[in-house]
Design a protein around this ligand. Structure first.
Ligand SMILES: [Zn+2]
Length: 275
């Protein structure tokens, strides 16, 4: 059912209806929940027996938060952002002094560009960052404030302290150009999170622009509108575009009880820095 919906209904329509449709569907997952034996979403705080299933090709159980639509990777990213960076913290100088000393610093203005904003993340970020400092952007998404093509970003060099662009580059015709554009609009010392689906069993990225049929793209690239499937050379491609890259396995240091409670799964966080 979830597979059929994801593959047949256009993404823009899904984005429009998901905000109210999913919490209704999620009522089922609250029935009979057990207080200490269920799951909890670190983004919205909702607790369920388990999360909803999700997936375009293979459906994963216990994946999607019905209230805020966070998937496993969003929950992990949120934990990382809140614990390892200062992005979500107050800019009050007194409070800054109380922070963990090794937090990834976002600068005094924390001006952020969020491409293809995931609703679960953008709802949180727009409450934390002032509107002039938090720019959401996309080619099509009705959730974004600015219309733009990530291959030609209409902002000056070094505009942003932080850039986030997740699960976009595998859709883009010239992904290297997009990576360079994201690098260009980030200030020196700034950082970003650029996640893409990576097939760890592949040494090299596989792409072939002559493959355009939905069925073949799904079979080869994992989704009907993907143009490539990245291999273990994904980080190298980011480095060639100017970034310093950290591949973070943030699941590894978390206690098993936390992995279970937040229903996380292994996925490398690609954290980039401009030096
Ligand atoms: Zn949630």
């Amino acid at each position: 059912m979830i597979k059929l919906i994801l593959n047949k209904i256009p993404r823009g329509t899904l984005q429009r209806i998901a905000g109210w449709a999913m919490p209704v569907a999620g009522l089922w997952y609250t029935i009979g929940r057990v207080k200490n034996n269920g799951v909890e979403c670190p983004l919205c705080g909702a607790r369920y027996r388990r999360f909803m299933p999700y997936g375009y090709v293979e459906v994963r159980r216990n994946a999607l938060c019905p209230r805020c639509l966070a998937l496993e990777r969003h929950r992990m990213l949120w934990l990382w952002l809140s614990r390892e960076t200062d992005l979500l913290q107050a800019t009050d100088p007194q409070k800054l002094g109380q922070q963990k000393p090794d937090l990834l610093q976002s600068g005094s203005t924390k001006k952020m560009l969020h491409i293809a904003p995931e609703v679960c993340l953008s709802r949180k970020l727009e409450k934390i960052l002032p509107p002039e400092n938090y720019i959401t952007a996309d080619l099509e998404s009705p959730l974004a404030r600015v219309r733009l093509d990530v291959q030609s970003i209409p902002f000056a060099d070094g505009t942003f302290d932080v850039v986030m662009c997740n699960h976009v580059l595998e859709h883009v015709a010239d992904d290297r150009l997009a990576m360079r554009e994201l690098h260009r609009v980030t200030r020196a010392g700034g950082w970003g999170v650029l996640l893409s689906p990576v097939d760890e069993t592949r040494a090299a990225t596989f792409e072939d622009d002559t493959i355009t049929s939905r069925r073949e793209r799904t079979r080869l690239f994992g989704q009907y509108d993907h143009r490539r499937i990245y291999g273990r050379d994904y980080a190298d491609r980011l480095r060639e575009s100017g970034w310093q890259v950290s591949e973070i396995d943030y699941l590894a240091p978390l206690p098993p009880a936390e992995r279970k409670k937040f229903a996380l799964r292994p996925e490398i966080l690609y954290v980039v820095r401009k030096i």
